[in-house]
Design a protein. Sequence first.
Length: 343
Amino acid sequence: MPDQESRAGRATIRDVAREAGVSVTTVSHALNGKGTASEATRQRVLAVAERLAYRAHPMARGLRRGRTGVLALDMRPLDAIGSYLPVGVDYFVRFAGAAAVTALDHGLGLMLVPDMTRADLPQAAHGVDGYVVGDPLRDDAVLTRLLDAAVPVVTVGRDPGRPEFADWVGPDDTVETERMLDLLASRGARDVALLAGTDDNAWNVDSERAYRAWARRRSMPARVLHVPEAAGEDGGRDAARRLLTGKRRRPDAIYCQTGRHAAGVLAEARRLEVEVPGDLLLAAGSDAQQTRLARPAITALDLAPEETARAAVELLIARLNGDATPGPVIVPAQLHVRDSTAR
């Protein structure tokens, strides 16, 4: 199926590869005068590229000029939220800091960039050596553009729409979700609700799938509320009202994907005089200032941003150096058990 740029009339490197019956890498090498392809193959690729009026993406042209010594980082959840410093969420600052230091350790620089599909993207972002893309959405447009331009890219978390893409790092969200749910069950929870985000990324998709399978194995009703990540604590308060009031039996535990949602649930539970942890166990799938500073402090998964950032940058550098060691690279989360689950 042609991609969006093809439908708009612009041929991509994938179109050339498909027409010529070769890989994207072979097309890139043939156009750049590199690689080991035969002269016949190179001429066939050049002929197809001319017939399709293919023009290399600006990033691909930048790569042909040689290494720039700069990597780029685009955190897709921040693009979706619309803020690059969400209150209380220090994951991204910790990640970016560790990524920058790791790049420096290898003699490279790191550039933070916004959504690269934006028309006002700085031109400098087109000439970097490679990209780290955080938590891509399903069939992510940024990842599509980078792959079409044959730009080296590593993602944090997989793209749910690209099962064949294995150059990603991060926790196994299925394993980590089950670990947290098992903890809640060990503390007496028999009716656990999940407060999930709405971004269509692997973190949300795999965590919800794991929760539903876990609930099914325990003959437990699956209760899932989807709350936009950008709604923050207000979204958690609203979800708590829906779960803790009304005629339906209220859950005895709530597992929130984000720390901000969990803080909102705790505040609303307090207003409704629902005791945490006495009446309700509460946990979060990502640690934040809100979970650490809450009273009671909220049990949470620390998604190990420093370790993940180091692994992502090192995998990207390995790819730039021609290392084809298979991915993905799994980085376990750290479970911080706190008073919100202390029964």
